[in-house]
Design a protein. Sequence first.
Length: 406
Amino acid sequence: MATISKVRWVNAGGKISERHQLAYTDRKGKRHRVNFTTKAAAEKERIKIEAELLGGIHVPESESRTVDEGITHWLDHIYKRLAKGKIERTTVRHYKTHMDVHIRPLEFSGKILSKLTRGDIQEMVDRLEENLSHDMARRVYSTTKMMLSFCRVRGMLGHDPCEGVKIERLSRYEGEHDLKIPPKASIKKLLDTAQAWDITGKSTVMLRLMLFRGLRSSEVRGMPKKNLEILRNDPQVKVSQRADEFCKIGPPKSRTSYRTLALSPEDVMAIKKWYLSAGINDHTKGDALAFGNGNGRADSYQNLYYRWWIPLLIAAELADPVIDPKTGKQPKDSKTGKPKVIPQFTPHSLRHAFASLHIERGIQPKQLQVMMGHASTQMTMDTYGHLWKDVEAEQALAVAVEQQLG
């Protein structure tokens, strides 16, 4: 148990100083002493420490660290996991950016971990929401909670200061206008252009996998030949790996991203055309990438975007020229050296189109979640919930309500 006693000593000026000293033994058997100017302050701390000791969550201030030091320890741990292949390099880069760019510059980083309160966390969250987009604020806060959880396990923090502090999800109406779904006419124009623009058929297959099967571009880039099972009676494509932004082949984005999707006869015909053009046959190693570059490796997203996507959309007249307001001319793109344009939509927008087309055909949320490889149905609903509108049912309901009045 903690005890409070009055201590006196002669200071450097020859005067007698007096303090109220709180003494206690922690769970490791180490003795600690803390001085207070008033007995009331010492008593308040005694009650707090005894409760923490009883709950097994007390961390002496001398053994605690600042949030900044906790970040350093956590990132060291993350890099060790990276060295063992237990985490992707892209994920590590995101974590480090979240901490270095968004958390360390805040006053929050200088606070003592063991003294963090929900008020401190809420203040930090308020700063994130002020300075960042809603989605980025949520990501940074999620990373911060992971870091604080690590500090708890390592004994630098004895409690959970994040309990009850949340960044609320946007309602489906708030997020509705952020979703850019390509119009059907643009999609058809893109597919028609791809057939004439790329006679090998590779572009058509990649577009079909993203648009009609809902694959992410990283899953297409990392797709092995063996996963395009076109010789079965029921042709299908399996998603079992992806290429990250460093072109490293690894597991899909989440556990639910492992999935098997049916291929249509049109898909099979397009794939066979591409295989014939690329010289891919039964003797080609199954692990070989179906859409690899000249060296057989995965293309980087940047390479795919600037050398494939942008030229394709320009050919389809789905990219708008950028005009410098000062000169009235179209500047050169620093990465391609060609006239700069802004595409009307990105490769990821094809997944939104996939979802939209299936919702229009009456697919249920759980089924769409499985097909898209989302981590949860909640994620699917947060993104596409506003698209589930049954106009005829709503009109019939309105009529029925009016008829109740006679």
